[in-house]
Design a protein around this ligand. Structure first.
Ligand SMILES: [Zn+2]
Length: 267
């Protein structure tokens, strides 16, 4: 019988995510998370290199503080945001102490500039000690009333949604003007987002949720409609363009830091 520790080690060893904790999750929920991650990582292998931590809100908070203090930046506590019980899962991206740059690898004085981001996925309190059946029922209900896309009908779709956020953060899809404009055209100036993607796709002032919702649908039903198909294909195209570049090397610094920590503790 595989237990929680087995799956944590499995993700750490096979995909190189530096910190993984499945504390307080039911074993069948953990299996679903692992299967969903595998499906996406098989398709976008470099994505795994972008994730620094996977855990509950408290875990992620601790990991982030560890990371940020190692960089001698001021401590930013974001526990309140992660405590949000309305969310099943959250993806966070912090780019501490650096000016944002837009989708391209920067070269300064001949040196490749590697992004100093911290990207992590946190599961919310709603998931803790909840059965897979309850989570699946909750998911089916929200897709049938249009809150999520039509094929968003197992709990795994939440994982796909979060990985859509990770892709957005790494590929900086939110800063792609042509992409934005084509979404605008295909959705009749955003009027058809509800019917073509989901109600939740309209959430927020930006297009973050729109992309994540479309991506979760694209993975399970790429031809739901022209808008879903366009967004998914663009993500594939951008992934192809950048997958060999260092923009995916997000958790490298985090790994180095963790190793340094270990060495220091030994002294
Ligand atoms: Zn989201």
């Amino acid at each position: 019988m595989e237990n929680k520790e087995y799956y944590e080690e499995y993700i750490i060893n096979n995909y190189g995510i530096p910190y993984v904790s499945f504390n307080n999750l039911k074993i069948d929920v953990i299996k679903d998370i692992v299967e969903a991650l595998e499906l996406v990582f098989n398709r976008y292998p470099r994505l795994a290199d972008s994730i620094c931590s996977l855990g509950d809100c408290e875990d992620i908070n601790n990991q982030y503080n560890l990371f940020i203090n190692s960089n001698k930046h001021k401590k930013i506590v974001w526990g309140e945001y992660l405590e949000d019980e309305h969310e099943i899962m959250n993806t966070v991206c912090y780019n501490p102490g650096l000016l944002p740059f837009f989708g391209k690898v920067k070269i300064i004085k001949g040196k490749m500039f590697i992004p100093n981001k911290f990207i992590a996925i946190a599961y919310g309190n709603k998931m803790l000690n909840t059965s897979k059946k309850e989570l699946d029922d909750m998911t089916i209900k929200s897709s049938s009333n249009g809150f999520h896309p039509p094929h968003f009908n197992t709990f795994k779709s939440f994982v796909y949604h979060e990985l859509g956020h990770v892709l957005t953060f790494v590929l900086e899809l939110n800063n792609d003007f042509e992409f934005f404009n084509n979404i605008r055209k295909l959705s009749n100036n955003f009027k058809n987002i509800d019917s073509m993607i989901s109600k939740y796709a309209n959430y927020g002032e930006d297009i973050y949720e729109l992309i994540a919702e479309a991506f979760s649908e694209y993975l399970v039903s790429p031809n739901t409609n022209s808008l879903i198909n366009y967004i998914g294909k663009q993500i594939d195209k951008k992934y192809e363009t950048y997958h060999n570049t260092c923009i995916f090397n997000v958790n490298n610094k985090f790994k180095n830091h963790k190793i340094r920590q270990k060495k220091l503790q030994k002294k």
